[in-house]
Write a protein that binds this ligand. Structure first.
Ligand code: UDP
Length: 371
């Protein structure tokens, strides 16, 4: 069986690391061909993950990044199509909700190559998010939808995607959290050294709805400035360039550092007091590492953690951020409930791919997985 996997952005490297490692255990009968679109291209947004997470070198690097959504997606489809015509895989494997995800799914489905979507079924129900458009379209193109939770399966059902195409696999990022926890590394940065034992909150900001709206960005920064703690903020390149363009500065208690590798990020998540973020992945990792989370958005796809009480959606009002911080400090995260599987999602993904292997099942698009 041959799988072409398309990745392009930071969270996809982490998800692919887990699945590619599990796939390596099947190398006698499975060949994975990795395609990196180039959507994230800075060394600390891409290379560091390949190096420290032992991800196989991409067989193809398309070098497409930095442009607007339409241009990026169009160029990716064109290049991925060429790869697919040459590789003729049995599966296209895509992760998450980026332009690379959608481009992979579109290119493959037009060539009648079945698409497997890992992290399917998530919805914010906010169509202003580019990620939401990518998710919905990819799910509707996919032949195999690997969902992280029962709730994600319900979302698909309400859109008419049902039956043997959908499998509850759990979240591969939970697998990653468990596997890499032992390997976590304290970042060597003066920002941390200067804190001594005083502790810190961890913040990330990169969603377009925040970075591209000065009012929202300013609300977050005013909220952070009023917190009774230092804040470590590994700064996403998009946020850095938007803030520079808008002339917005960070408050004194916010210690900005460059984006860190995953092992350092895990250390920060495991050692902070609290996480404040607009990231999808970081919301979950806060929970996996026993920390309360404040989500700097108006909604989340990861609703289970809000229901458990471990995550609070506050938007970008500075007052709401301050109040939530005080209240969430008392929140004990036991981790007794794990809504995103048992930590072997990657194995379930591979099992589903093997079961649905077109040659085995006798039809290119038939996927014989259980409801
Ligand atoms: N991450 C990282 N270094 C950083 C910030 C984030 O390794 O400086 C990791 C984080 O631990 C998580 C993933 O990147 O696994 C989340 O990616 P991001 O927030 O960019 O995207 P999202 O999850 O919102 O799609």
């Amino acid at each position: 069986m041959k799988i072409v996997t398309v990745v392009g952005a930071r969270p996809q490297f982490i998800k692919a690391a887990v699945v590619s490692r599990a796939l390596a255990g099947h190398r006698q009968h499975v060949k994975e061909v990795l395609v990196h679109t180039g959507q994230h291209y800075d060394a600390n947004m891409s290379d560091v993950f390949f190096n420290e997470l032992d991800i196989p070198r991409p067989a193809y690097h398309l070098g497409i990044g930095g442009g607007p959504h339409g241009q990026n997606t169009g160029r990716m489809i064109e290049s991925i199509e060429i790869v697919l015509l040459s590789e003729k895989p049995d599966w296209m494997l895509v992760y998450g909700d980026t332009d690379s995800t959608l481009a992979g799914a579109l290119a493959a489905s037009k060539l009648h190559i079945p698409v497997a979507h890992v992290e399917a079924g998530l919805r914010s129900y906010n169509r202003r998010m580019p990620e939401e458009i990518n998710r919905v379209l990819t799910d509707h193109l996919a032949s195999l939808l690997l969902v992280p939770s029962e709730g994600a399966k319900d979302n698909l059902r309400s859109e008419g995607i049902i039956g043997s195409k959908v499998r509850v696999a759990g979240d591969v990022m939970y697998d990653a959290a468990l596997y890499y926890r032992e390997k976590a590394r304290r970042p060597a940065t003066e920002a941390l050294d200067a804190l001594g034992d005083n502790g810190f909150a961890l913040c990330t900001i990169h969603r377009a709805e925040n970075t591209d709206d000065n009012g929202r960005l300013q609300g977050i920064l005013t909220g952070l400035a009023a917190l009774p703690t230092a804040v470590i903020l590994p700064l996403h390149p998009r946020t850095r360039s938007r803030m520079a363009a808008a002339g917005i500065h960070f408050p004194d208690n916010v210690r900005v550092i460059d984006p860190v590798g995953y092992l350092e990020m895990v250390w920060l998540e495991a050692n902070c007091r609290m996480v404040l973020t607009d990231s999808g992945g970081v919301q979950k990792e806060a929970y996996f590492h026993g920390k309360p989370c404040i989500t700097l958005r108006d909604e989340t796809e990861w609703v289970e953690l809000v229901e458990i009480g471990a995550n609070r959606i506050v938007g970008t009002s500075s007052v709401a951020i301050g109040q939530a911080y005080e209240q969430m400090l008392a929140c004990e995260i036991s981790g007794a409930v794990q809504p995103y599987g048992k930590g072997h999602a990657a194995d379930l993904v591979i099992e589903a791919l093997l079961e649905g292997h077109p040659v085995k099942s006798g039809a290119r698009t038939a996927v014989s997985v259980d409801d």
